[in-house]
Design a protein around this ligand. Structure first.
Ligand code: ZN
Ligand code: ZN
Length: 360
C-alpha cells in the first residue's frame, strides 16, 4: 500500500501554503488511493477532502486513509464549492492542463471572492519519479503484457485477422489478471503498418508482410507498453533492412539513458542511427514521425517526454518507453518499444520479451 500521506505532504510543500483543487482522476488516485470514476479533491493547508457521490460511498472509505470523504447526491462539485467558501479561501489553484471548461465556469461563478489560479502539471511532475513499489508494479504489468504476447504469438495461424490478434491479446491480458488493456491494441500488417496508430481491421494478416503489434496492459493501476514485430513468412531484404535499422536505433537510444542526460539527447540518438540508413532511396530518419518515448505509470502517456527539444534531464526512478519507428507509405512500418527504468548507473530494461523479429 503506497504512502498517500507522504505524497500529500510532498504536494503541500510544493504548494507553499496555497490550496489546490485536484480534478484529474489519476492524480487523485496517486494522492489518495481512490480509484472511482468521479471525484474532486481539495487539498487545503490543514485538511484534505475527497468529494464524490453515493456510488462510491463504501469504496472511498475503504480506499482512502486519513482524509475526509464527503458524499454528495449526484454532482459533487457544489459540495466542493461550499467547502471552499466555508474555509474562506481567497485563492484556489486548479489543474489548468486538466480541468474542463464547464467545471471552471461553475467554480468561477460559485466562488466570487476566491481567485482561481492556474497551475500546470504539479502532481504530474511528482509522479514522474517512481517509488520502488511503483517500479515493481510496472514490472509486473510489463511481465503480464509479455506473457499475453507469447501466448497469442504461439497460436497465430492461417486466416487470423488483425482484429482477432488484437482481441486475443486483450483477452489474454484479462485472463492473466489485468484490469484491461492500457490502450486499444494495435495490430497492423503490410502497408497498414505505415500508420503509427493503425486500428486493427477485420482483414487477414498478409502473407510475406511485417506486422506491428503494440500492446499494453493495466495491472493494479499501472500500465505497460510494448511493440514487437512479426514477419509472416521469411522477410525480404527491404523488410530485414528496415527492421534492423529500427532495432539499432532503439538499442542506441536505450544505451544513452542514464540520470542527468537530457531527454532530447536520447531522442536524437535514435534519429542519428536512422539518418544513416536508406530504404528504397528514402533516408529513414525522415520517416520517424513521432517522439522516441514517453513516461508510463498510472497513465499510459505521462511525463517525461523523450522528444526533440525536451531539455528535461532524466532522473533515477523515471520510467519511460523507448520506441523509435519508421513508416514507409505504401510499403511497411516498423517500431520496437520497451519500458525502461532509469537507475543510478544507467537504466534497466523491464521488458524481457526478445526484440528479434518473430518469423511465423
Ligand atoms: Zn506502445
Ligand atoms: Zn508507447
Amino acid at each position: 500500500m503506497p504512502d498517500h500521506s507522504d505524497r500529500l505532504a510532498r504536494l503541500r510543500r510544493r504548494l507553499r501554503g496555497r490550496s489546490m483543487y485536484v480534478s484529474a482522476l489519476p492524480n487523485i488516485r496517486y494522492l489518495t488511493g481512490f480509484t472511482g470514476s468521479a471525484g474532486h479533491l481539495l487539498v487545503a493547508p490543514d485538511e484534505t477532502t475527497l468529494f464524490t457521490d453515493g456510488r462510491y460511498r463504501l469504496q472511498a472509505s475503504e480506499q482512502t486513509q486519513g482524509i475526509d470523504v464527503e458524499i454528495a447526491s449526484g454532482d459533487s462539485r457544489p459540495a466542493l464549492a461550499k467547502r471552499v467558501v466555508a474555509l474562506r479561501l481567497r485563492r484556489l489553484s486548479f489543474e489548468a492542463n486538466r480541468l474542463d471548461y464547464d467545471t471552471y465556469a461553475f467554480l468561477d461563478g460559485s466562488l466570487p471572492i476566491c481567485r482561481l489560479d492556474p497551475l500546470r502539471s504539479v502532481v504530474e511532475t511528482m509522479r514522474m519519479r517512481k517509488s520502488p513499489a511503483e517500479i515493481e508494479a510496472i514490472r509486473s504489468s510489463v511481465e503480464l503484457n509479455s506473457k499475453a504476447f507469447e501466448d497469442v504469438c504461439a497460436r497465430i495461424g492461417p486466416g487470423w485477422t488483425e482484429s482477432l490478434v488484437a482481441a486475443e491479446l486483450e483477452f489474454a491480458m484479462r485472463r492473466l489478471g489485468a484490469e484491461g488493456a492500457a490502450f486499444p491494441t494495435i495490430v497492423a500488417s503490410g502497408t497498414h503498418g505505415a500508420l503509427p496508430h493503425a486500428e486493427p481491421r477485420a482483414r487477414q494478416l498478409r502473407e510475406k508482410s511485417l506486422v506491428v503489434v503494440d500492446q499494453g496492459a493495466i495491472l493494479d493501476g499501472y500500465c505497460s507498453d510494448m511493440t514487437r514485430m512479426i514477419a509472416l513468412g521469411h522477410p525480404d531484404e527491404t523488410q530485414t533492412k528496415l527492421f534492423h535499422a529500427v532495432l539499432e536505433a532503439q538499442v542506441a537510444a536505450i544505451d544513452a539513458i542514464c540520470p542527468g542526460v537530457e531527454c532530447r539527447t536520447v531522442d536524437n540518438r535514435a534519429r542519428q542511427v536512422l539518418r544513416m540508413t536508406t530504404v528504397e532511396g528514402i533516408r529513414l530518419d525522415t520517416k520517424f514521425s513521432h517522439s522516441t518515448g514517453h513516461g508510463v505509470g498510472l497513465e499510459i502517456h505521462e511525463g517525461p517526454r523523450v522528444a526533440p527539444r525536451q531539455r528535461r534531464r532524466l532522473e533515477t526512478g523515471m520510467v519511460v518507453t523507448v520506441e523509435p519507428g519508421v513508416y514507409l507509405e505504401g510499403l511497411a512500418g516498423a517500431r520496437i518499444e520497451d519500458v525502461v527504468v532509469v537507475t543510478e548507473t544507467g537504466c534497466e530494461v523491464l521488458t524481457r520479451t526478445s526484440r528479434e523479429l518473430r518469423v511465423l
